[in-house]
Design a protein around this ligand. Sequence first.
Ligand code: HPA
Length: 232
Amino acid sequence: MSTPHNQAEVGQIAKTVLMPGDPLRAKFLAEKYLENVEQFNSVRNMFGYTGTYKGKPVSVMASGMGMPSMGIYCYELYTMYDVERIIRIGTCGSLQEDVHIRDIILAQGACTDSNYAHQYELPGTFSAISTFNLLQQAATLCKEKGLNYHVGNVISSDIFYHQDDCNGKWAKMGCLAVEMETYALFTTAASLKKEAMALFTVSDSLVSNEKTSADEREKTFTEMMDVALGLI
Ligand code: HPA
């Protein structure tokens, strides 16, 4: 069995999937950290790999950018490939003065400006949250490793190039950072009774306008990966 977006056969994907946005990150990660790696997907270059980490099976597959893309891949992984937990490993833009570039953010919850949850026809607004167990473990690992990390709400936005200062309004509500996928992941997981968690490195700051260099992104990505692999 395959889907229009994923050529994997059932059984080729592990119960835990690490999900960066960028397919080349997925490739890099599989090659650098996993053993016995097999590629299971290349449809639309949305690369997916399964291997082992310290003997435990794990898969890594890209989500692409934005909630429509994340929505497709995570729904298929959960419903057609028996995946139990998806851990998003991405980048985000800081919305708070005390959240600096290179810091790590663990998403406790995600707000959104998207209508992704309208499909569930709820009589109100759905609050998308991470799986507590994974969040708690990730926080413990960050603390043990002495990393600069923050736990809290993020805003998952449909729009990268905003016409006005929407991000400032979310910042006033305490959102730590902006990114573009987590609300869809958490909401899909909740609807299917599956597990999900998201962690990011802060790649840029919408407060100070600082940006990380490619080298810095590499280093902070490595720190975040160590945390994510500790969750497997
Ligand atoms: N906006 C949205 N998504 C992002 C950003 C941003 O500034 N930085 C990294 N992901």
